[in-house]
Design a protein around this ligand. Sequence first.
Ligand SMILES: [Mg+2]
Length: 251
Amino acid sequence: MLKAVLFDLDDTLIDWSGVTDSWEARDQQLIQGVFDYINEEVSPLSDFNALMTAFRNCTRNAWDNGRSNLRAPHLGRVLVESLTTVGIPPEQIDERRCLEAYNWGVAPGLVTFPDVPAVLELLIEKGVQIGIVTNAHQPMWMRDRELEQLGLLDYFPTCRISAADARYIKPHPQIFEHALQCVDVRPDEAVFVGDNPVADIAGAQGAGIKAVLRVRKAMSSMLTGLIVPDHTVHSLEELPPKLDEWFPEWR
Ligand SMILES: [Mg+2]
């Protein structure tokens, strides 16, 4: 019996291909907010470039560690570490204020894939729970701002999981188990949909969940014979017919 469909977020539900700002330019803008907060409320800080460099290094280290031990990077901790590196005493830094000052939001050009709303609506109409599991280093409340602006938040009232909150990144089974608990279903009652063969497909299968790969043109070279999705779709419209085959009673 199908009880839940869990989705990856980036490049599965939302399309980053139209985002033209470089990460560097975006980071610069976001870190400016943190720099201003520290200057105005904590302690004078003169060298913006030193903070940028520290932030880039700390971010890279956190993701390098994450990729090796699957412990999730956390943006709040990265910001505190970056500020500590440039001489701000950690006890003076309010992590939540740093995250608010970072002021993450929708990147210009980021959109919901057009095939997403109809499929989510169908699943909800048929009583199937839906959830999001994202390998984000931001706590979920920050990514919720994007979901809200992109018209997706109302579809996911209960299950939205960021790796930063779950403490592990996909493909670690713990983040998938966390999601299953969130919707209160067994692995064989769920399907996972994502675009990353390792994180989403191998990860979900490792947790006992059927995994559907959403293929984008740019990633075909990443596919290897080692990871075999249970099904592949080019559009989410192809998902319901596959669910009919796997779970004949679901609608
Ligand atoms: Mg993705």
